[in-house]
Design a protein around this ligand. Structure first.
Ligand code: 5GP
Ligand code: ZN
Length: 109
């Protein structure tokens, strides 16, 4: 499957990894829009929130716990979590991802 974030998750394309476990990968955004801008993806290919199935319920819950752990490890006092959905929603990479942003935010993601 020709998916950029699947390739990043399989390490076929390199990225600046922030955190990883069996189900998720967090890596720095290549074009950061904030002082701290990390992307969090499930390793499972899900195109977007639109394609979420009820069987993904636990995975999505885990994703937010994973994000919380990163924010805690990085001592982020406050932050934004943004998920773009569909092209019209600003999603350009068709593999579900959350933007974790902190510090000065220069641009809307
Ligand atoms: P979207 O607009 O789809 O919500 O966000 C995609 C994000 O992926 C953008 O902020 C963009 O800068 C980032 N991005 C695109 N290609 C790459 C890449 O090859 N490596 C990394 N680390 N980030 C990427
Ligand atoms: Zn993918």
């Amino acid at each position: 499957m020709d998916c950029l974030f699947c390739k990043i998750s399989k390490k076929e394309i390199s990225s600046d990894i922030v955190c990883e476990n069996d189900n998720f990968l967090a890596f720095k955004d290549i074009n950061p829009k904030a002082d701290f801008h990390t992307l969090i993806i499930p390793k499972k290919h899900i195109e977007s929130i639109k394609e979420l199935q009820s069987e993904d319920k636990e995975l999505i819950g885990e994703m937010f716990l994973f994000i919380k752990e990163i924010a805690r490890d990085k001592n982020l006092k406050g932050y934004k979590i943004a998920i773009n959905v569909g092209k019209e929603g600003g999603q350009f990479v068709e593999h579900l991802h959350a933007h974790l942003l902190a510090g000065e935010i220069k641009e809307v993601v």
